[in-house]
Design a protein around this ligand. Structure first.
Ligand SMILES: Cc1ncc(COP(=O)(O)O)c(C=O)c1O
Length: 429
């Protein structure tokens, strides 16, 4: 019996039909305008890394977020890399070799995130110190950040993420960073359109980044954007992203460069998507509140946000199971199992059950300090530097253990979502 049959034949799930068409976690939603701008770029022969689509996408994003400048790049990851290098050079100077701008330096980083947030620290030879997560927004805990500055007062750079489209506690984080003269690289890859105290995410870093990856709230099929208020910074990023050519009649290079610029074809897709950002956010918001209501009688909570001060873009709806309602779940390096118990469940059971019915969920991002690649990096909780035996509580590990991302595709129908809600209920029977 394969894993799907195990659930489809389980008495608890009797009467629920599998989905004919897969319900996705978060898939691209094309509207037609994208095709027009892509065709336009091909028809006019502007298919490379210059053209009107790029210019327009940069203008619209800067305007929407409220930044002075924006540079369209090939991905959120490349934007984060250049943001990290630029900020590293601002605080530590330019390395003679042009690379390794963080060699010998630590950077404080969000711990519960996708590894693209933090890998640029390693690209530049730096050492990430992971900062634990708080329960209110599932983002970097300002109290743990303050603790980290007590322990490592020389650190001058912090990278923060707004997870799943929920703004972090930016006032507190900003305040702490300002007191320690540290710059912020803001990873708003998942939170385009979300606001904190009325201000768009993408406004909070010295350099900020959004992503147009295929699963994001709007997509270019791929692509990213760096946002800044400094013309010098924007010019530098444009130069670095196009192989750092000097202004000379031949290919002249003084600085290390990259091929990181967005193509005008990809920009055509983004340009076609931009008018639909608010529509996608409204659809995702409706999905979040339908889950919240539909699951309100279960021992679970939705991913939280600061209702007074922030408006998420609701990119992914997630839930966390109450501690007392968790059945035993064991996760190894690459596989996991659980022991079913009446009245209880766990992320593994729910994810397997919805997958059996042809819907896609996902575990919470596994915290960086738990990843084999970063296992030797330091991890700071509100109590201090964590290691086994300290007895310090690890909030990121707890959310990873009890939380999961629900199918959040904006094309999911109400009927499909009702069926997913029903499957989750049956997991607790
Ligand atoms: C939090 C976060 N940061 C960075 C990235 C990287 O963006 P990209 O895939 O465009 O490189 C992603 C998504 O892919 C992300 O979710």
């Amino acid at each position: 019996m394969n894993n799907s049959d195990k659930y489809l034949n389980d008495e608890r799930f009797k009467g629920i039909e599998p989905f004919q068409n897969k319900v996705w976690l978060s898939s691209p939603t094309m509207h037609g305008d994208e095709q027009d701008w892509v065709v336009d770029s091909i028809r006019t022969n502007w298919v490379s890394t210059v053209g009107m689509n790029i210019n327009e996408v940069e203008r619209i994003c800067a305007e929407k977020i409220g930044r002075k400048y924006s540079v369209a790049l090939s991905s959120g990851t490349s934007a984060l890399h250049l943001a990290m290098r630029l900020c590293a050079e601002k605080v530590y100077g330019s390395p003679a070799t042009g690379h390794g701008a963080l060699e010998g330096h630590k950077v404080f980083a969000s711990d519960m995130t996708f590894d693209a947030t933090v890998n640029p620290i390693a690209y530049e030879g730096g050492d990430a110190v992971y900062i634990d997560t708080e329960y209110d927004t599932w983002n970097m805990d300002p109290i743990a950040l303050e603790k980290a500055f007590e322990l490592f007062p020389d650190v001058k750079l912090v990278v923060i993420v707004h997870l799943y489209g929920t703004p972090a506690k930016m006032d507190e984080i900003r305040n702490i960073c300002d007191r320690h003269n540290a710059l912020i690289v803001e990873d708003a890859a998942e939170s385009f359109g979300a606001t904190y105290k009325g201000i768009q995410t993408g406004m909070f870093g010295t350099e900020s980044v959004i992503s147009f990856n295929g699963n994001k709230i709007i997509t270019g099929s791929s692509g990213g954007m760096l946002l800044t208020d400094s013309k010098d910074d924007a010019d530098k990023i444009r130069k670095w992203s196009t192989q750092s050519r000097e202004n000379a009649p031949w290919y002249q290079h003084k600085e290390l460069g990259y091929n990181y610029r967005m193509s005008n074809i990809v920009a055509g897709v983004v340009r076609g998507q931009l008018p639909y950002l608010e529509e996608h956010i409204a659809q995702k918001r409706a999905i979040y509140y339908r889950y919240k209501e539909g699951l309100s009688d279960l021992p679970v909570q939705m991913n939280p946000f600061d209702e007074e001060n922030s408006v998420p873009n609701f990119w992914l709806s997630c839930l966390i199971i109450d501690k007392e309602a968790m059945c035993k779940q064991v996760r190894h390096e690459k596989d996991c199992s659980y022991v079913s118990e009446p009245g209880k469940s766990c992320p593994t059971e729910i994810l397997e059950a919805i997958a059996a019915f042809n819907a896609e969920g996902r575990p919470i991002w596994k915290p960086m300090h738990m990843q084999p690649i970063y296992i030797n990096n330091q991890f700071v909780t509100v109590d201090g530097i964590y290691s086994e035996g300290t007895g310090f509580f690890d909030i990121g590990a707890d959310i990873f253990e009890r939380g999961l991302c629900l199918p959040s595709d904006n094309k999911m129908t109400k009927d499909q979502q009702d069926r997913i809600i029903k499957i989750i209920h049956r997991c607790f029977v």
